[in-house]
Design a protein around this ligand. Structure first.
Ligand code: 0O2
Ligand code: 0O2
Length: 214
């Protein structure tokens, strides 16, 4: 298998989606509005992880384009839970890709305690041989959910997917605590946003004074 050639359109998709999503964030900044997007990351699944996943899911290689839906992955991280659903609505209204599936692991968290909103999309990418439809996964989560998932991911790596029962129980408690944090923050969202707007205006004013005519 020529992995470099196979993965090339996936690299393209991740880059394009990152540019588009970061663009949304920039537009909010220009307009001094609260951005529902804190940051955006993305990656193409490493070949070793793809091979491992085909083994663990008993998937044949000729099916990976359709069945392995997170070879191209972008992640949108937000401050508040509300922001997640705002982004979901924004993505649902776009016409540069189609939505294949949506999984709300916020309403119904996974057994591990994992929470995020997943959107599986079919994204058209231009190649030398014409347009190709690529499946990609957009994960949308809060900073707190991301903090939890990143730590749990590291532990899974450390224990090779077999996290000891006591650590698992702690992780579940930590997931609940992270969600409590999101719930508490939601209650003071307006105040936090007001503070951020004042800070942003002060910064723009200071910059203007520095660089502007005397
Ligand atoms: P591991 O083994 O995956 O945990 P930039 O290119 O500047 O926008 P930056 O700072 O280079 O972004 O970050 P990057 O490389 O996009 O992502 C940082 C880490 O988050 C990487 O982990 C990615 O694998 C992971 N990641 C980012 N986005 C996604 C996503 O949508 N899905 C999944 N599954 N993972 C994602 P590491 O450190 O490579 O290691
Ligand atoms: P990586 O290393 O992040 O790239 P399923 O058939 O539902 O069991 P599937 O089809 O892979 O699994 O889809 P799912 O579960 O909707 O989403 C896959 C990705 O979501 C994972 O990619 C993770 O990035 C993230 N994810 C799902 N569950 C968890 C979890 O319990 N903890 C953490 N930290 N992340 C999770 P990969 O392929 O696992 O790997």
């Amino acid at each position: 298998m020529n992995w470099e050639a196979f993965l090339a359109p996936y690299v393209q998709v991740v880059e394009e989606l990152k540019v588009k999503l970061k663009g949304i964030r920039a537009q909010y900044e220009f307009e001094s509005k609260h951005s529902p997007i804190e940051f955006v990351t993305g990656r193409v699944k490493p070949v070793t992880s793809i091979i491992e996943k085909t083994r663990s899911k008993n998937m044949s290689f000729d099916k990976i384009e359709e069945e392995m839906q997170d070879i191209a992955g972008v992640r949108v991280v937000c401050q508040f839970v509300d922001d997640i659903y705002g982004i979901v609505r924004m993505l649902q209204a776009r016409n540069d890709f189609s939505i294949v599936e949506e999984k709300d692991y916020i309403e119904t968290e996974k057994d591990s305690g994992y929470r995020s909103y997943h959107m599986i999309i079919r994204y058209p990418v231009a190649t030398l041989r014409g347009e190709k439809q690529i499946i990609a996964e957009i994960q949308i989560r809060t900073l707190a959910m991301n903090f939890w998932a990143t730590n749990e991911h590291s532990l899974n790596y450390k224990y090779d997917g077999q996290i000891p029962t006591d650590v698992k129980a702690r992780l579940k408690r930590a997931a609940e605590a992270a969600f409590k944090l999101d719930e508490e923050m939601a209650k003071i969202k307006d105040e936090v946003q007001e503070a951020q707007r004042i800070y942003h205006r002060k910064r723009v004013y200071a910059k203007h004074k520095e660089g502007g005519p005397s």
